[in-house]
Design a protein around this ligand. Structure first.
Ligand code: IDC
Length: 375
């Protein structure tokens, strides 16, 4: 009975915490079966991968009470305190997440059953919605794509994350477009709309430019100085994550000339087989200087998303991020036929994944989450 009462209380608390959120998109879309893709070089190796059972290890005792379990219902609106991501009361939190691949080609993954599994079974507390700005046809928001459809996907993803008590990252995924200023008019209108819609939602974080490249920090800064005020005017206490030059690896330039706003973190992206000791040393150095860092995307593969995987380097990275209390999000929870994907390309469903459905990347992800999370 006591148990039931506390459950009821928890539900009431959850509902009241969430009631301020903007009502969002209609219920999740029915999952369509993905088209059967031609298998890349990956699948042959994947066939062996799938037979490996993930190790059933006991998770280690948490060092901090909310380790891995930072949820909007208990941690509320996040903030940056002394260079670290913290909960509403100023305690350090860790977000351990997964990113979609291109959101518009990943719509099948925006479903209730998957978000429940990620949150409840896998211990994921952050989902990143990678909305491509650049791409052919419908894929690129700013290159002739269907803007309403892109936004509907964001609304759907945010609502599913809210329902399953996870934080969510709205990612303005620039890549081949290099300079974030290129589509800054679109970005301004987009983030104004998002911030207006989600100003009362504790679970929403904004990532304003995935990976600037071919430009220097002053150029990215100019963009950030344009977009951040647009968000803050509507959603004053929001957490905003800013990308940096060289595909979000140039934290040195940022540390020398950081932005002048509160609640900002800077993006670091790494791919374990391409970025090793030197990159880790840079993170340690700028983190010691107090620079707030968020790994909104990392892969266990090479930076191409392809082979090789380097799980040893990936483990070293995660140990470092855990030690420095830097949140991280993996690329990608996807069936796209490439080694960076967590799910095999031959899998024709969007939820209910079994051990054999995961690639070696996916199995490593589950093991890593289990190792650092407490249920
Ligand atoms: C790759 C994807 C692939 C996608 C392509 C877009 O894995 O499916 O079609 O890019 O051109 C990044 C980017 C991310 C990349 C990823 C792997 O943020 O979009 O995705 N990567 O190459 N930065 C470093 C690596």
């Amino acid at each position: 009975m006591k148990k039931r009462l506390s459950l009821l209380l928890a539900v009431i608390l959850l509902l009241s915490a969430l009631s301020g959120c903007a009502s969002s998109a209609p219920a999740s879309q029915p999952s369509e079966a993905p088209s059967v893709e031609t298998e890349s070089a990956a699948p042959a190796a994947e066939a062996e991968d799938g037979s490996a059972e993930p190790e059933a290890e006991e998770p280690p005792a948490p060092q901090i009470c909310d380790d891995g379990r930072a949820r909007p219902s208990s941690c509320g609106r996040l903030q940056v305190v002394d260079g670290k991501l913290c909960d509403e009361s100023g305690e350090s939190v860790m977000l351990r997440g997964v990113s979609t691949n291109s959101l518009i080609t990943s719509e099948g993954f925006l479903n209730d059953a998957l978000f429940r599994e990620l949150a409840e079974d896998d211990g994921v507390n952050l989902v990143r919605l990678a909305m491509y700005t650049y791409g052919v046809g419908v894929i690129g928001y700013s290159t002739g794509g269907d803007k309403d459809r892109h936004k509907a996907d964001i609304f759907n993803g945010v609502e599913l994350a809210r329902q399953h008590d996870m934080y969510v990252l709205i990612d303005w995924h620039i890549l081949s477009d290099g300079d974030p200023n290129r589509y800054a008019d679109d970005a301004e209108a987009f983030f104004a709309e998002m911030a207006e819609r989600y100003c009362d939602c504790d679970n929403v974080l904004y990532e304003i430019c995935n990976e600037p490249n071919g430009v220097d920090w002053p150029t990215v800064r100019q963009y950030a100085d344009r977009i951040i005020p647009v968000i803050r005017e509507r959603d004053p206490d929001s957490v905003i994550i800013v990308g940096d030059p060289q595909w979000s690896s140039d934290l040195g330039s940022v540390a020398a000339d950081p932005l002048d706003y509160d609640n900002i973190l800077y993006t670091l992206h790494f791919y374990a087989a391409s970025h090793g000791d030197d990159s880790r040393a840079l993170v340690e150095q700028v983190s010691a200087q107090g620079l707030p860092i968020f790994v909104t995307e990392y892969g266990v593969t090479a930076a191409t998303g392809g082979f090789p995987r380097d799980l040893e380097s990936a483990d070293k990275w995660i140990e470092l991020l855990e030690r420095e209390r830097i949140s991280y999000c993996m690329w990608a929870f996807s069936t796209s036929p490439e080694p960076c994907s967590a799910v095999r390309s031959s899998v024709l469903k969007y939820s209910g994944f079994e051990t054999e459905d995961y690639t070696q990347t996916g199995l490593w992800l589950l093991e890593t989450l289990a190792k650092y999370n407490t249920k």
